[in-house]
Design a protein around this ligand. Structure first.
Ligand SMILES: NC(=O)c1ccc[n+]([C@@H]2O[C@H](COP(=O)([O-])OP(=O)(O)OC[C@H]3O[C@@H](n4cnc5c(N)ncnc54)[C@H](OP(=O)(O)O)[C@@H]3O)[C@@H](O)[C@H]2O)c1
Length: 175
């Protein structure tokens, strides 16, 4: 069986996921969620997202880190590199794992969503100016939300919720 591809991201109002090479918010509960979703599985990211990770957090622990770049000379301790999304997926498409997670950023999400089986989206109830955006979720529908109604409130004061999406229209699956 082929590896299943999931995408995991956090977005603010308007689908903002990044600004100036970073994320313009700090929600520790989302970082814990990200770790819980991805731990033990390979993670695939664009080179800019790798650069955005604080050095002390990279490579992401207990996960195979695959960085997509067109630069043949790119190398970093603890990471593997791939010249394309297809090459990255081929690297992890073996029997050792069921899932691989694309973890950003905007370019990689846009390229990989057509390959994905599941989206794990953290919706943040915050306005933030940004230059990088989440892909469209048209053609996807939520299958789970935590909380099911309303929001959690972060220790940092930002309201947030975790939404799982799968393919299809709600109308087609409800009955
Ligand atoms: N909110 C979230 O959940 C979240 C998650 C992750 C990242 N982010 C944010 O997103 C932003 C970064 O996203 P981004 O869109 O600027 O960059 P990105 O997707 O992280 O990386 C883009 C780079 O990946 C490589 N690449 C992309 N497509 C490729 C392909 N088909 N073949 C070969 N290489 C390819 C290229 O690297 P080279 O230039 O080296 O060739 C390209 O410059 C940051 O602000 C980051 O903080 C947010």
């Amino acid at each position: 069986m082929s590896v299943l591809i999931g995408l995991v991201w956090a977005e603010a109002d308007g689908g903002v996921i990044g600004a100036d090479g970073g994320m313009p918010w700090h929600v520790p509960e989302d970082l814990a969620h990200f770790k819980a979703v991805t731990i033990g599985a390979p993670v695939i990211m664009g080179r800019r997202t790798w650069e955005s990770l604080p050095e002390r957090f990279r490579p992401l622990s207990d996960r195979r880190n695959i960085v997509v770049t067109r630069n043949e000379d790119w190398a970093a301790a603890g990471a593997e590199s791939a010249r394309s999304l297809d090459s990255a997926i081929a690297l992890v498409d073996d029997s050792s794992t069921d899932w691989a997670w694309v973890i950003g950023g905007g370019a990689l999400f846009a390229e990989s969503i057509e390959r994905a089986t599941r989206l794990e989206v953290t919706e943040l109830d915050v306005s933030a100016a940004g230059d990088t955006f989440a892909p469209s979720r048209a053609g996807w529908h939520p299958t789970a939300a935590d909380p099911s109604v309303g929001w959690h409130v972060s220790s940092r004061g930002i309201r947030y919720r975790f939404v799982t999406c799968e393919r299809g229209n709600r109308e087609n699956t409800d009955g």
